[in-house]
Design a protein. Structure first.
Length: 340
């Protein structure tokens, strides 16, 4: 489907057999714009952030190919891959220094496995706009870092560049300036075909987008290739942290996205919900469904990735790692798959 094209129910004509009809998810009315990018986070390579460089298999782990296979088989097409910036760029030489060949090769192996399946790989430094214990402040260094990284992936159009996971404790204008510098660096590398997503301050929360300062500055984001989205995250527990399996209400998902959705429309921008998670209970399932319904009704959200799959989650309540992560039995079939 052409991105941004609403789905509709085909009308049979008298000269043909009835074509298949598209069926809206239960309780979700109107014309829906399906997500171009729909999938899961594949967490693991960012684990053990207190252990730099850390030991593979002890402190951190790369996603399991079998997990990627599973979700592709279910019809999903997007995998967000968190990684640790200090592992790919050892602090000894600073942010503009050479990449660690082993960690970069492992990231490429994961990315290529995904994109060879015809899916999209979102690569993101899971560093909260901090490097080696300090807030990143140099737009020049950050631009160079992203130019160098994008250069490694510029020939793969199914890579998506996610500038930085969840900046916080930094004013919105500074975060914007760093994001804009990164966009400029990526495009100057020759990576011109890939989607870029930018994230705001206050953990890029959708529910605080219009009160955190983000809405005042991110409308000015510029991409010479006009292939950019605003990535937001949203959890449904009382403090929005995603640490409780209890959702505030069955409608909290749609409610917490409403102001951000209106802002995206007003600024003619596209949104990408890079993280959402919730418990496997009726109230949360309905809240997730309500969120996805509202997003697809709006026509401005192009992507969604659940938090999270990954080999090391164990009994974590938001784990969607096959075969038996907590979100596999109910969230996946009831809240996510209906919106494919």
């Amino acid at each position: 489907m052409i991105p941004g094209t609403p789905t509709s129910t085909p009308t049979p004509t008298s000269t043909s057999t009835s074509p298949p009809t598209s069926t809206n998810p239960a309780g979700c009315s109107g014309t829906l714009t399906k997500f171009k990018y729909f999938g899961v986070n594949e967490s693991g390579a960012e684990f053990g952030n207190g252990k730099i460089p850390g030991v593979l298999g002890t402190d951190y782990i790369w996603p399991a190919p079998s997990s990627i296979d599973y979700f592709v088989g279910q019809g999903f097409n997007t995998f967000r891959i968190p990684f640790q910036q200090e592992r790919i760029t050892p602090p000894a030489n600073g942010l503009t220094g050479a990449f660690d060949a082993t960690y970069l090769a492992a990231l490429k192996t994961t990315v290529n496995y995904i994109t060879n399946k015809g899916a999209y790989a979102v690569i993101e430094p899971h560093n909260f706009m901090r490097y080696n214990g300090a807030v990143i402040t140099s737009t020049s260094n950050f631009q160079t870092w992203w130019k160098n990284l994008a250069n490694e992936f510029k020939s793969n159009s199914r890579v998506i560049f996610d500038i930085m996971n969840e900046p916080y404790g930094i004013d919105a204008q500074t975060v914007f300036n760093l994001n804009q510098a990164a966009v400029n660096g990526i495009r100057s590398s020759g990576a011109t075909s890939q989607l870029i997503t930018v994230e705001g301050t206050s953990w890029t929360g959708a529910w605080t987008w219009t009160t955190s300062g983000n809405s005042n500055v991110f409308g000015a984001i510029k991409d010479p290739n006009n292939n950019i989205a605003i990535q937001m995250h949203q959890y449904l527990d009382s403090d929005g942290s995603g640490t409780s399996g209890t959702c505030v209400s069955s409608t909290i998902g749609a409610e917490r996205l409403a102001a951000a959705t209106a802002w995206l429309k007003a600024n003619n921008l596209k949104g990408f919900l890079g993280e959402m998670g919730a418990g496997s209970n009726t109230q949360c399932i309905n809240a997730v469904k309500g969120a996805l319904c509202a997003m697809q009704q709006s026509g401005v959200w192009i992507g969604f990735t659940w938090w999270a799959a990954g080999p090391w989650w164990g009994t974590y309540f938001q784990s969607i790692e096959p075969p038996n992560g907590a979100a596999i039995s109910q969230i996946l079939p009831q809240a996510l798959k209906p919106f494919l």
